[in-house]
Design a binder for this molecule. Structure first.
Ligand SMILES: Cc1cc2nc3c(=O)[nH]c(=O)nc-3n(C[C@H](O)[C@H](O)[C@H](O)COP(=O)(O)OP(=O)(O)OC[C@H]3O[C@@H](n4cnc5c(N)ncnc54)[C@H](O)[C@@H]3O)c2cc1C
Length: 267
């Protein structure tokens, strides 16, 4: 039997999660778990209304997304235009109307496509206790975090500074064999401070710092990015799953990174 507790504030919900309850975001994964008889879910805590956590707003050179904003909300937001390419590739329309930004950050392999984009865009999280945490730190400790996410602040990419690719075997709704996101700010035509993130290549979305380092100061052409391509799978030990082996993922990572950086075959 599953007990459901309804509360008014995120702080009350976080207190419930501290007592082993599972927080319900959009429920696309939690409710699937309940329906499949997942014995680890015996208590759910939910908010009476998530409306205040669905707001998406501009804040200087950043965009702040409420943790309960859905992929549908992102697609309706002109502030989030650069992220439409990502939100469009999360599940089908029914999933996108429920799947939240916060839930995507906790979605297990091979899910988490949106979180890959957030990671590339320097996501900083406002937590339920009012503290701030960067997404990379949370992902490294995922599973032990008891606080809830209130909102996510990301860089607003300019022009074609942001790129995303989802590689899957079934289109348009397949899960990721690999997803890649790049934020490529440039100074005088050369990359300055790139952030590159992969999904489905590790238990959580990860930044690929060897690639970021190899891109520093180069221009985006086939010759200049050769060092980055050579580092595409450096230090990674991707999981095996029914879609692909870890070995295969390692072999194709350079191909997809090159396409991403050169803007080949869609963003
Ligand atoms: C048919 C189907 C297709 C899918 N396709 C994709 C896909 O293509 N790409 C993809 O990335 N995902 C996919 N998913 C997975 C999932 O729908 C998304 O990852 C979604 O964003 C999860 O969000 P949610 O709000 O539904 O999470 P929930 O099911 O509500 O929660 C998932 C986890 O996140 C935690 N959580 C939720 N909100 C917060 C918060 N604010 N703070 C802290 N913890 C929180 C919950 O406690 C739970 O542990 C798919 C799922 C299904 C069922």
């Amino acid at each position: 039997m599953v007990t459901v507790t309804t509360v008014d504030t995120l702080q009350e919900a976080a207190a419930g999660v501290g007592r082993e309850a599972v927080y319900l975001g959009g429920g696309t994964l939690v409710m699937r778990g309940v329906n499949y008889g997942d014995q680890q879910i015996s208590e759910i805590v939910r908010l009476r209304s998530q409306d205040s956590l669905r707001v998406i707003r501009s804040e200087g050179d950043r965009i702040v997304l409420g943790a309960a904003a859905t992929m549908g909300d992102v697609l309706r937001s002109s502030d989030c235009a650069a992220l439409h390419v990502v939100a469009r590739q999360v599940g089908g329309p029914a999933v996108r109307n429920m799947a939240t930004v916060g839930g995507n950050i906790f979605a297990p392999h091979p899910y988490g496509d949106f979180a890959v984009a957030l990671l590339a865009l320097d996501a900083r999280l406002r937590m339920s206790d009012g503290s701030d945490l960067d997404l990379e730190t949370l992902l490294a400790a995922r599973g032990s975090e008891r606080r809830l996410i209130e909102s996510v602040s990301i860089m607003r990419p300019a022009g074609d500074d942001f790129r995303f690719r989802k590689v899957s075997r079934v289109k348009p709704k397949g899960v990721s064999l690999m997803s890649l996101a790049a934020w490529l700010p440039r100074r005088a035509g050369r990359i300055a401070g790139a952030r590159i993130a992969y999904g489905a290549m590790a238990p959580t979305p990860v930044r690929i710092k060897a690639v970021e380092a190899a891109l520093e100061g180069v221009s985006l052409d086939a010759n200049s990015i050769s060092g980055a391509i050579a580092a595409a799978a450096q230090g990674l030990n991707p999981p095996d799953d029914p879609l692909a082996s870890g070995w295969y993922r390692t072999q194709v990572a350079p191909v997809h990174l090159k396409r991403l950086l050169l803007g080949e075959g869609g963003r």
